[in-house]
Design a protein around this ligand. Structure first.
Ligand code: GDP
Length: 479
């Protein structure tokens, strides 16, 4: 046995093949050092270019991030000059602003971080009390939290991207006065207008603005891949186009020690000993219109038909189907996550004291059942993070169409889930679920036009690496 060899293999796994910088003290963020003990080593390796880009980013973040001299100086300049005199500002910033639930927030943070990497901006996050203590600091020896005393907690008096674009249009090629801070809303808005954020001329404008406040609940990574300006860099950084969130998400989001204790405690108590772990994510978007029984039927049709779970033996019919010759009982642990505790309870009842047609032993666990989505609630968010993380440790995953909560779990876990059909009302649907083709999150509201103004009718035929999402036909995802 070659100890030095096993040692280096372990270290490689521990630091996720170089994705995560070594040399951090372990007690401050246990999950960063221990996550490899809970999931299979990823077959997707980050490119050298991505690794070196991340290390360079960490340096910029240390140099320009909060608490640095450069931060104080740059912020003073940004605040006091209404418009930019030269475009040579040394430190540039990208402030991420949350919208919607935690899953939406995490996929949009990952996209925002990629944008920061591409444009050499320091990413800071507006985390209110609801997200305090959820994640470890991702950037060593610095912080990504927007300081409490920053004036950029508010968007008042900050020019918007739309108004800048209007100004540019009206300007007739004479020199444009660029603001030193700009609010860029990439969220879905009703009466949706294409923002042409994926076009070089818009990026050429944005690049000159030292501070951007970006609000989005979307995974807008495909937009970045559509931007010619970023093409070459992205090609080198992210070679496997279907593992973008897998890398960025595992780089950014390390559960804090308190989240990690909850995750690992639950894991050891209920999941560790099972031969197979099945994650069932049951998200109900419209509970008043969709009866629980209809959803339960959908879940059972999906899992039984695809043999993810076995049926129970109906004692009234016959015992003859009972499998013989099985000398080891296989135990499957089912992790149910849902806002509604009834789903876990129903499934548990179904298997309680009953034999299954395969002889497998089924155990059902549901860590939480919050009843409804709560906003600005730290404990609620902690439960959501624990659920997403535990789901990502499954061997087989079933998720709900359209749910970003499920996207995070599949991306962390390198899983192509079975996607439950989205029921509208008291109906059934065949097939109840379909297998996903890529673990990337779906970008629900991609650009509608090419930069020329011509409408994009079909992403797959005009853009390599992109396909229409299975769970949302106007959405697009990387493959
Ligand atoms: P999406 O709406 O399904 O795309 O996912 P989001 O995460 O953006 O928003 C849903 C929010 O509802 C979550 O962040 C949680 O706060 C809550 N939620 C929904 N499903 C679950 C669940 O299975 N477990 C827990 N703990 N919370 C959930």
């Amino acid at each position: 046995k070659n100890d030095s060899l096993t040692g280096s293999t372990n270290n490689k796994e521990k630091f996720l093949d170089g994705l995560v910088a070594s040399g951090v003290d372990e007690p401050s963020c246990m999950s960063r050092h221990q996550s490899h003990l809970y999931r299979k080593a990823s077959p997707h390796k980050p490119s050298w270019h991505l690794i070196s880009k991340l290390r360079k980013y960490e340096e910029i973040h240390r140099r320009c991030g909060p608490n640095s001299k450069a931060y104080q100086k740059s912020m003073k300049e940004i605040l006091h000059s209404k418009s930019i005199k030269s475009d040579s500002a040394k430190c540039k910033y990208l402030i991420w602003t949350p919208a919607n639930g935690l899953g939406n927030q995490m996929i949009s943070m990952a996209a925002t971080f990629l944008y920061a990497l591409l444009t050499d901006r320091v990413m800071l996050v507006r985390f209110g009390k609801d997200k305090q203590g959820l994640f470890c600091e991702p950037f060593l020896n610095s912080t990504w939290l927007l300081p409490e005393n920053s004036p950029f907690w508010s968007d008042n008096h900050v020019e918007t991207y739309e108004s800048l674009v209007e100004k540019e249009k009206a300007n007739n090629n004479s020199k444009l006065d660029l603001p030193s801070a700009l609010f860029l809303n990439l969220q879905y808005q009703q009466n949706y207008h294409d923002k042409f954020f994926h076009c070089d001329d818009k990026q050429a404008l944005l690049i000159k603005v030292p501070l951007l406040i970006l609000q989005s609940d979307q995974y807008f990574v495909p937009s970045l891949f559509m931007t010619p300006l970023f093409n070459e860099e992205l090609e080198k950084m992210l070679v496997e186009k279907d593992a973008v969130f897998h890398h960025l998400g595992r780089y950014l989001f390390h559960p804090s020690n308190s989240a990690w204790r909850l995750i690992t405690k639950f894991y050891h108590q209920h999941l560790a000993k099972a031969d197979e772990k099945i994650g069932l994510q049951i998200r109900v978007f419209n509970p008043s219109k969709t009866p629980q029984q209809a959803i339960m039927n959908l879940v059972l049709n999906c899992t039984l038909e695809n043999k993810l779970l076995p049926n129970v033996i109906d004692m009234n019919i016959s015992n003859s189907v009972y499998p013989s010759g099985i000398n080891k009982t296989i135990t499957k642990a089912v992790l149910v996550t849902s806002l509604y505790p009834e789903y876990g309870e129903n499934l548990k009842m179904m298997y309680m004291n009953k034999s299954t047609v395969t002889g497998e032993l089924i155990e059902v666990y549901q860590p939480s059942g919050e009843e409804k989505q709560k906003f600005n609630d730290n404990t609620h968010n902690m439960k959501a993070l624990v659920d997403m993380y535990l789901l990502s440790l499954s061997d087989v995953l079933v998720t709900t169409s359209l749910s970003t909560f499920g996207y995070v779990a599949q991306g962390f876990g390198n899983l192509k889930p079975w996607l439950l059909y989205r029921l509208g009302g008291n109906k059934s649907h065949y097939p109840a679920c379909e297998r996903e083709f890529s673990m990337e999150p779906c970008y629900h509201y991609p650009p509608k036009n090419f930069c020329s103004g011509k409408a994009i009718h079909d992403f797959a035929s005009s853009l390599i690496y992109m396909r229409q999402c299975k769970d949302y036909s106007s959405g697009v995802k990387m493959v």
